[in-house]
Ligand binder design. Structure first.
Ligand SMILES: O=C(O)CCC(=O)C(=O)O
Length: 203
């Protein structure tokens, strides 16, 4: 976890894009340990509403956080499950870098190359005006893409690997969308954890 070993920024010199990627933030051994713990997560494949139609999300998800938290996206309202110790351990580690106290984590499980998350920004009202999001990846490497909200043309890509930490700092979510596209290449499971600070309690 030494600064010198980290690549400074894969999305360099992009306006209003303050993303920093810490390669191998978790050692291979530590990342393997957390990946094995992720087998205990209660995964669900939710039905979401897109343009008035119901679909199954193309991945499995779970949401953990402080008691009483709720969060809505794509027409689903979620209530946080209680923290489990290894998720709190990961949270402690990412908070050292992100310098934000996160009160929840959204987990995404991409079972294979067909699973994905489509273009979006983490800009739901519960996250406040301009949130910091810390994202940790375990398992297979997958492509992660960004593009400006008001510019459909240019797409910038990187790969997120086992043990990488990516911090998306303000004002990134106000100006940029991100996605994990389906892959043509066969892929084993990948799990991504995005730590978030939800502002509304008990609603
Ligand atoms: O899997 C990833 O790297 C991205 C996850 C994501 O976009 C999200 O949770 O909002």
């Amino acid at each position: 976890m030494q600064e010198a070993l980290w690549q400074k920024n894969d999305f360099k010199d992009l306006d209003n894009c303050h993303i920093k990627i810490y390669r191998d933030y978790f050692s291979h051994q530590k990342a393997n340990h957390f990946l094995s713990q992720l087998a205990d997560i209660e995964w669900t494949q939710s039905e979401i509403v897109l343009f008035g139609n119901k679909h199954s999300e193309p991945r499995e998800t779970a949401w953990y956080g402080d008691a009483g938290l709720s969060y809505s996206y794509s027409g689903i309202k979620r209530y946080a499950k209680d923290w489990i110790p290894f998720l709190e351990e990961i949270r402690e580690e990412v908070q050292k870098v992100a310098r934000v106290s996160f009160n929840s984590v959204l987990l995404n499980r991409y079972r294979n190359e067909k699973d994905s998350v489509s273009w979006h920004a983490d800009d739901e009202p519960e996250l406040g005006a301009s949130p910091t999001i810390a994202s940790v990846s375990f398992g297979a490497s997958r492509k992660f893409q960004i593009r400006e909200k008001n510019n459909k043309g240019e797409i910038f890509s990187t790969f997120l690997h086992h043990g990488d930490l990516m911090v998306m700092n303000p004002p990134t979510q106000n100006h940029w969308l991100h996605c994990v596209p389906k892959s043509r290449k066969a892929s084993n499971q990948r799990v991504n954890l995005t730590f978030r600070k939800i502002l509304n309690l008990n609603s």
